[in-house]
Design a protein around this ligand. Structure first.
Ligand SMILES: [Zn+2]
Length: 654
């Protein structure tokens, strides 16, 4: 029996695999059919749009927390209203306890994501109790905690399609000095508290894998459902709190002067200072060494995955109107310490923020939230819906870049809710791509072109710089999950390679007109929903009218490299007057269109773009040119738009 089985397996292997793999030419591999390995269904359509039965669950939160400024303890309660819209009854639910990353025995600690994180933050969430609402009574929940996740087991399944579950959790945790996404900065007018991931949140249950419980290790960010988040923050009087969404009680928290100046800012294209450095210093002096009463700041944000906030006595505050399409407006605001004031520093932050939001809204999707806030503090650069934390010492071009990038995340992944933990490129890369065009336009090109740690870090031509990324041994492919990257590879691949790939697609492979239409439709169709990489690939193919399997395969799924070559030039019947035959070769696995410049001895210059289809049958191609004099030079990709790893074979000279 055993022997026969083995033989059967061997022959099966030979029949099925050999013709498919070993005899395939490079071209056949690049252009092979059946790129999509999963069938579409009623949830996700073949054209890359949400299917007719697309569903996602909803998570609404009511969070009430207090910040103790002497102990740095954040304590409070979250009430979650979770709606099961899925076709599956749920016997249990999973939550994310992100703060548990800093427990000494966390998986993040074991895999040592960040030394600084583990040194500075404390013990994770201290859960006091977990209750669920059953027949209008709060009862103790049956729960367990595993690393950064909590499972609540239900006595009765949460009904499919209409089930509603209410969960209440009392908790506290110690705010770390700097965990990368939250931090405390001491300034001369008081501490700046930047607070995020401050309440337990629901994991996503989706049609892809059910509960997505991939633990939080530090690098891979979030995947969250949408809902309304109503939250309040209680802390000592004298602090200014900036939070995601709308402030519901401005009259109880702001003074008359703040309110009056805010009204001016709402109508002003120029930045209006709401709290000047002098006013900040005066107010700090006035309250020094006094025990102050507590004030509660109440915020609400709709259609959001998350919220974050910052608080300080030290905030200088300014604002300006954001002009959105169709006469809509929003408010751009920046808060930062006196130390960050300056014409090359944070005094221009609101101008940068305003332009970024206006440009992204104009090009891709209208900013949906009432305010966009930019906080200067200790966090290096971190995005949340409607609010970003950017490093207080950054100035000029770098400040512009960081502000545009972090608020750009409001489009990816805050509006287009992809799974950051698994596909960092769908937020970092898409965002970097948008930033390239928005930065080019800022103040008539003041900071153009975008060249920084995210895009062509050496400041050169992106098509040339990306080659070092593509050819680095063992560099991960774009589709790699965030936590699988060595930290030095994250920016080159998730940001730079993805963004440059989209530039190639837009500028060389397709054209801006078709690309922009398809990309905009992708953003609109998946706004406030959960697309996968394949939904994106399908959407771009459908919108641009191209089968792009060869590009997704070469650029996103593999690290294939490009080497185009011109190998020979001959004349028809050896007579230059009858035309030239130019021999081209695609020497490596990646295929791309050919951009070719041919100069004839009579002075005529021919700029020709050959479609990628020339490589479908063979990696050799003969271009017939209707020339009538001898060819002086042939140059492939003369403007360096393509990442050609070997340029020594790109030209031919007579
Ligand atoms: Zn980013």
């Amino acid at each position: 029996m055993k022997k026969i089985n083995t033989l059967l397996i061997v022959s099966f292997f030979l029949i099925n695999t050999l013709p498919l793999f070993s005899q395939q030419t490079t071209s056949q591999k690049a252009f092979a059919s059946l790129f999509y390995n999963t069938q579409v269904n009623q949830y996700r359509s073949a054209d890359g749009t949400p299917g007719e039965s697309y569903w996602q669950n909803q998570a609404n939160y009511k969070v009430q927390v207090a910040l103790d400024t002497t102990t740095n303890i954040i304590s409070g309660k979250v009430e979650i209203d979770y709606r099961n819209n899925s076709p599956v009854a749920l016997p249990f639910v999973w939550l994310q306890l992100d703060q548990n990353i800093s427990k000494p025995d966390s998986r993040a600690a074991a895999s040592s994501y960040s030394e600084s994180l583990l040194k500075t933050s404390k013990k994770g969430f201290h859960i006091k109790n977990v209750k669920i609402l059953i027949e209008n009574k709060w009862v103790d929940a049956n729960y367990l905690i595993s690393d950064t996740r909590m499972q609540i087991r239900l006595n009765t399944d949460l009904t499919a399609k209409k089930g509603q579950l209410k969960i209440a959790i009392n908790y506290d945790y110690i705010l770390g000095e700097n965990d990368g996404r939250a931090a405390i900065l001491s300034t001369k007018n008081g501490k700046i508290y930047e607070v995020s991931y401050f309440y337990p949140r629901m994991c996503v249950f989706d049609d892809i894998r059910g509960w997505d419980t991939k633990p939080f290790l530090g690098a891979g960010e979030f995947y969250l459902d949408y809902g309304t988040i109503d939250y309040s923050v209680t802390l000592p009087k004298g602090m200014l709190v900036m939070g995601s969404g709308s402030l519901l009680n401005p009259k109880e928290t702001l003074n008359k002067q703040d309110l009056a100046r805010l009204e001016i800012a709402k109508k002003s294209d120029k930045t209006v200072v709401i709290r000047t450095p002098k006013e900040v210093e005066k107010s700090v002096k006035k309250t020094k060494n006094k025990t102050l009463e507590q004030v509660t700041w109440h915020f609400k944000m709709e259609n959001t995955r998350d919220v974050a906030w910052a608080a300080s006595t030290a905030f200088v505050w300014d604002a300006a109107k954001i002009n959105l399409p169709k006469g809509k407006t929003a408010l751009a605001m920046s808060v930062y310490p006196v130390e960050s004031v300056g014409d090359t520093a944070w005094s221009r932050a609101t101008e940068y923020l305003k332009q970024s939001v206006e440009s992204f809204s104009d090009k891709w999707f209208v900013y949906p939230y009432p305010v966009a806030i930019n906080v200067g503090g200790r966090v290096g650069g971190m995005e949340f819906p409607g609010i970003t934390f950017d490093y207080w010492k950054v100035t000029s071009k770098h400040l512009y870049g960081i502000i545009a990038h972090e608020i750009g995340h409001d489009w990816f992944p805050m509006i287009v809710g992809s799974n950051e933990r698994r596909y960092a490129w769908m937020d970092e890369g898409f965002n970097t791509f948008m930033d390239i065009y928005t930065q080019a336009e800022f103040n008539h090109g003041e900071y153009a072109p975008k060249r920084d740690g995210e895009y062509a870090p050496k400041g050169g031509n992106p098509a040339d710089e990306i080659i070092a990324v593509m050819t680095k041994p063992e560099i991960p492919v774009i589709m790699t999950a965030a936590d699988n990257f060595k930290s030095e590879d994250t920016h080159p691949v998730s940001y730079f390679k993805t963004a440059f790939g989209l530039v190639l697609l837009r500028e060389v492979i397709v054209d801006p007109q078709r690309f922009d239409y398809a990309f905009k439709n992708y953003v609109t169709n998946w706004a406030f929903k959960h697309p996968t990489p394949y939904d994106f690939f399908r959407a771009m193919e459908n919108g641009t009218g191209e089968d792009l399997a060869w590009f997704w395969r070469g650029w996103f799924l593999n690290n294939w490299t490009l080497d185009q070559a011109v190998t020979d030039v001959q004349y028809i019947n050896n007579d230059p007057k009858q035309g030239a035959l130019i021999q081209l070769e695609n020497k490596n696995k990646l295929v791309l269109p050919v951009l070719i410049r041919i100069t004839e001895s009579n002075g005529k210059i021919n700029n020709i773009k050959l479609p990628v289809e020339i490589w479908e049958r063979d990696s050799h191609f003969t271009l017939k040119l209707d020339s009538n004099s001898t060819i002086k030079t042939v140059e492939l990709d003369p403007e360096h738009k393509l990442p050609d790893v070997d340029r020594s074979n790109n030209s031919w000279n007579n």
